[in-house]
Write a new protein. Structure first.
Length: 249
């Protein structure tokens, strides 16, 4: 779950308390059927770590390409890991469209995450709705390209796990998620490709882009989970999705 910049710090704290209670009591989490991660704004990361404890992984929404130096306003993967974060979002469509991040930047940030022991939540997705096969090819291209710098530096063997988040750019912020058949087709191809990344065992493919309660039963055979945004602002929606996980399993 990514909170983007929707919440104040006070609301983030309140939301994290509610999510912590759900995670500590819901059978889907307690049984290991579901693993949760939360990505708040930088300033709320320490509070989230304290409130969520071992029940939920905490991460950051972005990281610098470098680990230290004269980079005013940046936050390094080294510091993110030092605080206790386990995951970091890389390559989100908004970072590309609003802040001009290129494939080269995404490669550098993926390498920075991996060399600091952080699991990248690698966001991939096509710009325009269309053929699922073409969308899958573009997503696989983005995924493979993002790993080039890390592999060249020999980091893949040391930090193996990836979370690949399929987020078609045209579905982000939309009233409805992508059609379940489209999601299944693209994610099935992505999962097959990810299984072939033998230097990244234990990786997963999740779907984001207006993901909400009711979607998982329609796509769950071909995805490993959901990347939730605004439809998890109400903690009860998260509880409902965890109920779906329990029913699905």
């Amino acid at each position: 779950m990514s909170l983007k910049m929707y919440f104040s710090h006070a609301r983030t704290v309140e939301w994290c308390r509610a999510v912590a209670s759900i995670a500590r009591h819901h059978p889907a989490v307690q049984s290991g059927a579901a693993e949760l991660f939360v990505i708040p704004t930088y300033l709320s990361v320490p509070a989230a770590l304290e409130l969520l404890g071992d029940a939920v992984l905490v991460g950051a929404q972005d990281l610098a390409t470098e680990d230290a130096g004269a980079f005013t306003g940046e936050v390094s993967g080294a510091e993110i890991a030092e605080l206790g974060c386990r995951v970091v979002e890389v390559g989100h469509a908004e970072r590309r469209s609003v802040f001009g991040e290129t494939d080269r930047v995404v490669r550098a940030k993926t390498a920075a995450a991996l060399r600091n022991g952080l699991t990248p939540v690698l966001c991939v997705g096509e710009e325009v709705a269309g053929d699922p096969a073409a969308a899958a090819r573009e997503c696989i291209r983005q995924l493979d390209d993002s790993l080039v710098s890390a592999r060249d530096a020999g980091q893949a063997a040391a930090y193996p796990r990836l979370i690949v988040a399929y987020e078609p750019r045209w579905a982000i912020g939309a009233a409805e998620p992508a059609d379940p058949e489209h999601v299944r087709a693209v994610c099935a191809a992505l999962r097959e490709h990810v299984l072939g990344l033998t230097d990244f065992p234990g990786s997963a493919v999740i779907y984001g882009g207006s993901a909400r309660p009711g979607l998982l039963p329609a796509v769950g055979d071909d995805v490993d989970g959901l990347f939730l945004g605004r439809f998890a602002h109400d903690p009860s929606a998260l509880a409902a999705i965890l109920d779906e996980v329990s029913s699905f399993n």
